[in-house]
Design a binder for this molecule. Sequence first.
Ligand SMILES: Cc1cc2nc3c(=O)[nH]c(=O)nc-3n(C[C@H](O)[C@H](O)[C@H](O)COP(=O)(O)OP(=O)(O)OC[C@H]3O[C@@H](n4cnc5c(N)ncnc54)[C@H](O)[C@@H]3O)c2cc1C
Length: 565
Amino acid sequence: MDKIKTDLLVIGGGGAALRAALEAKKSGSNVLVAQKGIGSTAYKVAETAGYNAADGQVDPLDNIEEFYNDIIRAALGMADPRLVEALVNEAAPSIKFLEELGVPFERDGGKYLEVVGCFAVRPRMHIIKGHGEPIIDALKKIIRRQQIPVLNRVMVAKLLVKHNRIAGAVCLNLESGQIFAVECKAIFLGTGGAGQLFRWNHNPVDITGDGYALAYRTGARLVNMEYMQAGLGFTTPVRSNFNNWIWSGYPIVKNNSGSSFIEKYLPQSITVQEIMDAKSGHYPFSGRDASKYIEIAIHREIQSGGGTPNDSIVIDFAPLLELDSAVLPDHLVIKKMWPMTRDYLISKGVNLARDRIEVSTFGHAINGGLVIDVNGMSTVEGLFAAGEVAGGPHGADRLGGNMLLTCQVFGARSGKAAAGFVRDNQPVDINDNLLAGEEKELKSFFNDQGDFSLPALKKQLQTLMWSNYLVVKNEYTLNQCLSGLKQIENNLEDAQVASPAELGLRLEIKNMVDTARMMCSAALLRKESRGSHYREDYPDIDANYGKPIFITENNDTMHITFGSY
Ligand SMILES: Cc1cc2nc3c(=O)[nH]c(=O)nc-3n(C[C@H](O)[C@H](O)[C@H](O)COP(=O)(O)OP(=O)(O)OC[C@H]3O[C@@H](n4cnc5c(N)ncnc54)[C@H](O)[C@@H]3O)c2cc1C
């Protein structure tokens, strides 16, 4: 097998990976970036992105302690306080850094535009138009200027670990089919989340949970994998987030036959207006308040046949079209954000008065991932991680605007720490026979006579997880997921694989299966509802389950247990 040598291999091309690569290079390391090269979740998946920092510009009572307390409150006991502390302290400097690179944060009357983000109490969510794209573009520019080599369309297929130390990685060029090894002293994982697990999601096609699965197979420790966030999104005529502030304008929600249906799913004591008011406070689905009935009602209506052929429901924007932002009270986020949302939808060709607008439940982001220390090191020596693939800075719920922030704060910390690690450590030898075995195994997956089509298997998995896991789950549906995943895994053995891209897809589906299995196993163990984890058979929070769930693999067996950081 061909080999490339470097100090640090950075996997991914999103905000976390690019920031880590940059900091490691600045600290003197040889860095190589490898990315599957289709996209990053920060690339225009919504009209705006939120990015938190407690600078007190808009609310003088806001400060680092308030920010810390908001995160801990939202996390419901599931976050690592050491990571939260680092995050809140380094948030404002990270905005300054990005601004120096040219990332435009929106302004309002000479100050930053800051609104109250999901699950937060005070306005501190800074707004970037074009979602996270300006961050990625700015980082890419400087990566090019620093001449950091980037391998595009290269998928990391396996992490090589010896005696719990990183030794390198096996890579697949998705275009040429070349299989090669990278020998390195450290690896940074910036592989993002696993949105592709669900039939509806806003993620690029390559966000398939690879990082969780690759790390799991090395024996690394993962946490909070049951906290997969769901949210609402437009399915037609445009694909975008259905942001929470829209609910303050009380849009009309109908099923495929044009009838209102939400009332059917509400307890008698709660009104539709009350749940919309609650929903306007946070985008992700959460069992913590009455807003949950919106996603539950939509999910149930679709499951019981009331949805459109698109597995969606219909939203009538008429009440918002009459909205006069000027007369709305200042504390409502819709006042500042609706004009941006409206203009964005119009710019995408949506006629809010006439088009049939459909909305469904989407896989959003995972609040869990690899356990890391404050410098981004996982429980495997030399394996660093940050961004959506890492767990600990968030918990059961996550403040909206904190994920792009963790990418920058822990991306930078990891890059610096990884540079220190490669300075202080010798490389670990990789045995040529082992590499030959890895290559042989990858090539053995080629099978042009296979009975199963990879796209069909992926679709089957996405439907399984969307229907049985995403919003409403119970013991039965979780077991349905686990048995369905087993079947998909078995069928993968006889899948048709005829090109390098298909080999990549086969590896991705296996990663999706392993990631989904971690999520389902953790969700089965957590017999309660807490934040983004909602079980209809245990709908309340239960103090007996107040600890995070940790997952490791040993001898091909999953070990899953409640524990502490
Ligand atoms: C609709 C939507 C709206 C959001 N809005 C916000 C917001 O307003 N504020 C906020 O803070 N967060 C938001 N998030 C979350 C946030 O955008 C993501 O969590 C974040 O962008 C993830 O960044 P990342 O650097 O961890 O990974 P990503 O940006 O997802 O990048 C992952 C990279 O890894 C590469 N990769 C994956 N596997 C491999 C492999 N095996 N080999 C090589 N390369 C690989 C991919 O190609 C990609 O380049 C939103 C998410 C969604 C879906």
